[in-house]
Design a protein around this ligand. Structure first.
Ligand code: G6P
Length: 482
């Protein structure tokens, strides 16, 4: 591949498009509106940057191509690499380990070897794309070794890393057999961004315990072969945001407003519509939420058809065992509740195993009186922010888990501990019957937070902080080893 020269190169596991290969071998793509894509697209368009990532199809070799104003550079992953690197190490080792071991993580040496090999490939492709002295922004847990590998190839570039998921406490991270290599991989960056302060603090503590490096607050000093300070790494919180204005505007369109009314009508015009929207993932607390709702119906504190729960669960990581098990559990639970408590034409739970375009999501948000975000652990949870951004009518109530990163900012939501089923039930009833003035007061506060902090600001702040990290050769006499 001929060397290119982009001042900003973004590297993430997935490219911001879904590529489809037809039977005749022809390739087409659609924009994929995932959380990360939504977050980065505005920066990429503004900066005319390049994006390095996997196309989403196994074994597919594609030349770089342009979509809108983004230059996309596909990385090829074979079927067996996807099994070991993506389904295995990323989603069956790191994902559960970093989410409070809600499911037990699996440790396989073979998966680790392939994770390393694939990270090396991403680093090489990024090294070919970035201009001299340019910036590379690496994303998420699938690519934690890329910063160090890239620095070895291109010591001239600034490297940022952003972890979209939680960073676990030392006591859990220490289980990872390759823990030191992962920490060293991340420390190849100049700036490591996390969703919450607690994540950044967990990381700094891990650095102190697993390496000999000196740290001072958010700063870590990297030493050269003689033990002299060589450069600094900053670990800090940059809570990710959404394109809130776009969501707000979309939800104000007559089409979306009409669709919201239609949805309520299709649901049988219930008094209260509860809504859950998640990837079908065991971190999201879907089982806890449905169980709490089922018990409320059994107790008679809520009833069908006055109240209904719409649960959108978009298919995710379907080749990983824990996800298959979750799907079975959720579908069994929904079937039981509907069988026991639903009525003809009025199921208690409307369960939808699909993903929907943004317009339909905005309409669903507007149709929902109560949004239930009950994650057991979540880096941020952008659905919570989307719901708020859509509610320009200042109505609707957000029930939000304390264990979602969003709870650090969205303190005016009805905060819950999803493990406490009795407390969760009370919160759902409270939100379903909330006084409209109280609801409005809460939603106004939430909207100020969400509309003031949009994703353009998030990426600007991250990139400005990356540029400001003291570079090589700058000594810091005040550091200490704590
Ligand atoms: C989370 C991760 C992302 C990931 C997304 C979808 O938000 O932080 O890195 O892309 O889930 O998961 P998938 O495995 O389908 O890419």
């Amino acid at each position: 591949m001929a060397p290119a020269s982009y001042d900003l190169v973004v590297v993430s596991n997935r490219l911001p498009v879904d590529v489809t290969v037809a039977r005749d071998g022809s390739v087409s793509w659609d924009r994929s509106p995932g959380g990360l894509v939504t977050a980065l697209e505005p920066v990429m368009t503004a900066e005319d940057g390049a994006w390095v990532g996997w196309s989403g199809a196994p074994g597919l070799e594609l030349e770089p191509f342009d979509v809108d104003e983004m230059h996309l550079v596909p990385v090829t992953l074979s079927e067996s690499e996807l099994e070991d690197y993506y389904e295995g190490f990323s989603n069956d080792t790191l994902w559960p380990l970093y989410h409070d071991v809600i499911e037990p993580p699996t440790f396989h040496r073979q998966w680790w070897e392939v994770y390393r090999r694939v990270n090396q490939r991403f680093a090489e492709v990024a090294a070919q794309q970035v201009a001299p002295g340019g910036t590379v922004w690496v994303h998420d847990y699938q690519l934690q070794l890329v910063p160090r590998m890239l620095r070895e190839l291109r010591p001239d570039v600034r490297i940022g890393f952003f972890n979209h998921i939680p960073f676990p406490p030392l006591e859990l991270f220490a289980q990872l057999p390759w823990r030191t290599a992962v920490v060293e991989g991340l420390l190849g960056a100049d700036l490591i961004g996390f969703q919450r302060q607690a994540d950044a603090q967990n990381f700094v503590r891990v650095v102190r315990r697993l390496t000999d490096l000196n740290t001072r607050g958010q700063m870590i000093t990297i030493t050269d072969a003689h033990g002299r300070p060589a450069r600094h790494v900053r670990a800090a919180a940059f809570p990710i945001a959404i394109d809130s204005k776009k969501f707000d505007e979309l939800a104000r369109t007559p089409e979306v407003q009409a669709r919201a009314k239609e949805i309520r009508h299709e649901l049988g015009d219930p008094e209260v519509v509860l809504l859950g929207v998640d990837r079908l993932d065991y971190t999201k607390g879907i089982r806890h939420r449905i169980k709490a709702f089922g018990e409320l119906l059994e107790d008679g504190r809520l009833s069908v058809p006055h109240t209904t729960l719409v649960q959108v669960a978009s298919p995710s990581r379907e080749n990983v065992g824990a996800y298959q098990q979750l799907r079975d559990d959720v579908e069994l639970l929904v079937g039981r509740i509907n069988g026991d408590l639903g009525e003809l034409g009025h199921p208690a739970v409307h369960y939808l195993h699909h993903s929907y375009p943004m317009e339909e999501m905005a309409a669903l948000y507007l149709a929902a009186d109560v949004m239930l975000v009950t994650a057991l652990r979540d880096g941020m949870n952008l659905v919570a922010k989307e719901y708020v951004a859509a509610r320009s009518d200042d109505q609707g109530t957000l029930v939000l888990s304390e264990f979602a990163g969003a709870a650090d900012e969205l303190t005016s939501a009805v905060l819950v501990n999803p493990h406490d089923i009795a407390g969760l039930k009370n919160a759902i009833v409270y939100a379903a019957r909330i006084d409209s003035r109280e609801a409005r007061k809460r939603m106004r506060r939430l909207r100020r937070k969400v509309l003031d902090n949009d994703v353009a600001k998030w990426s600007e702040e991250f990139l400005a902080a990356l540029a400001a990290v003291p570079g090589p050769g700058r000594n810091d006499e005040q550091e200490n080893h704590d």
